[in-house]
Design a protein around this ligand. Structure first.
Ligand SMILES: [Zn+2]
Length: 123
């Protein structure tokens, strides 16, 4: 490996000294690690937030009903994000349910969605 061009992972300055050095000093190492931590966690937090919001929207829309049908626009207005779901279920008749945790929806005709609560699985 060519060590002549080794640079600090944090500030990009050329490194001198030990071959296995990755940072100028402790400060650069700490800054880099903090950013990594933040950088990897942020999307997780963001997507978890969307999934929880999706679930809350479905839960509130469904209330105590077993199923309810809502227009695509109505879901969008509530802030539902169709990009994210936790899992999907395809029935034998090729109906696709997308779930956010224990609440899910299935696309019907006319741009409408049927909202359901996941059945408890009994072993
Ligand atoms: Zn540095």
């Amino acid at each position: 490996m060519n060590t002549a061009n080794q640079m600090c992972l944090e500030c990009g300055k050329p490194l001198k000294g030990r071959r296995d050095k990755k940072y100028c000093d402790d400060q650069c190492r700490n800054n880099y690690n903090n950013k990594q931590q933040h950088g990897t966690d942020e999307p997780v937090r963001r997507i978890n937030h969307i999934l929880k919001r999706n679930r809350q929207i479905l839960k509130e829309a469904l209330g105590n009903d077993r199923t309810i049908v809502l227009a695509h626009e109505a879901l969008l207005e509530k802030g539902y994000d169709f990009t994210y779901h936790t899992d999907q279920f395809v029935t034998q008749t090729n109906q696709v349910y997308h779930y956010c945790y224990d609440y899910g929806l299935k696309k019907n005709d006319n741009n409408r969605y049927m909202i359901v609560k996941k059945m408890e699985k009994k072993n």
